[in-house]
Design a protein around this ligand. Sequence first.
Ligand SMILES: *Cc1c(COP(=O)(O)O)cnc(C)c1O
Length: 396
Amino acid sequence: MNIYADNAATTKMCRAAIDAMLPYLDEIYGNPSSLHSAGQRANEALTDARRRIAGCLNCDAEEIIFTSGGSEADNQAIVSAARIGERQGKKHIITTAFEHHAVLHTLDRLEREGFEVTLLDVHENGLVTPQQVSDAIRPDTCLVTVMYANNEIGTIQPIKEIGAVCREKNVLFHTDAVQAVGHLNIDVIEQNIDMLSLSAHKFHGPKGIGALYVKKGIRVTNLVEGGMQERGRRAGTENIPAIMGMAAAMENACANIDRNAAVVIRLRDKLIEGLSKIPHSVLNGDASCRLPGNVSFCFEGIEGESLLLLLDDKGVYASSGSACTSGSLDPSHVLLAIGRPHEIAHGSLRLTICEETTEEEIDYMIRAVKDVVGYLRGISPVWRDLVSGKAEFVIE
Ligand SMILES: *Cc1c(COP(=O)(O)O)cnc(C)c1O
């Protein structure tokens, strides 16, 4: 059995996305900037895709900028807000300690330029509160950027309320919604969002394409100089096949959000219940305020990398956290942010399922994880010390 349980890293493309792309990889290959009919056909497709994507977020088509993915959208949102702030003498930015590296590393760069960054503490349940944001805002704050849903532990932040605090204090609000779009209902107007990043490959669309929503009136800084594509905000010939695939995947995901969520949440909770029975294990992040497909655990006395390799042998494709940090031996900054000690953060497992996951696969994964955890503990000197009382358990 081969089970793909790493949907937070990337997803399988849906048939609708592939079908929407094919004509644009084949006979409709014009450049949308060309004035001839071949170009105009591509341009019509581009206009249509932009309108449909905007429809899924409840914004206007002109408020959508196509990017190469979530990382670029995050970079552009943050740099744009920083440049606006700079012109007004405001060089303070608020974010959380468990953002994606596309956000944190962009902020590191701005810090080296003289910006000051406040990292909000994340509560043990994986949530930040609107009150924390409110308390951190200063007269020189130019941006609040808080992720919609965390990619490792799946917790969903109170975006609408944080947006309301920012509106009231007249501070720009950006959210990295890469894990949320296509999985949760989003309305940028109702939720007081000024800028939002999304990425197609996290909702069964193609890789290398994403978008940034920017509310009308906010001045955007372009990261790529060149032609006048995207109304001068992002140069380069548009990736029409990918954009068409993204639009189809997004419409498909958004039209089925509630039905898919109901199916996936039931499976998720069954998986959580099964894994919770493993002694000295703990679920990471709030049990209910989390993405439908996210299951994240820490197991005491286990080394995450070995767990992943042995699960791979059993045909289970899982992750220890974010794909971007795997391969490095540093524990996840997300697990450290919610207060997991280093040795516990090393024993993490993330299983992210989707609407195609079956009940049999859930049962198989519960058995496989139990077996592998048991086996690894059996050969672990750390575990021997814990059981013999020479060391103390951290997880009850
Ligand atoms: C995947 C991801 C990104 C990066 O998106 P890419 O399209 O891969 O660049 C950014 N933020 C979050 C929360 C993600 O999960």
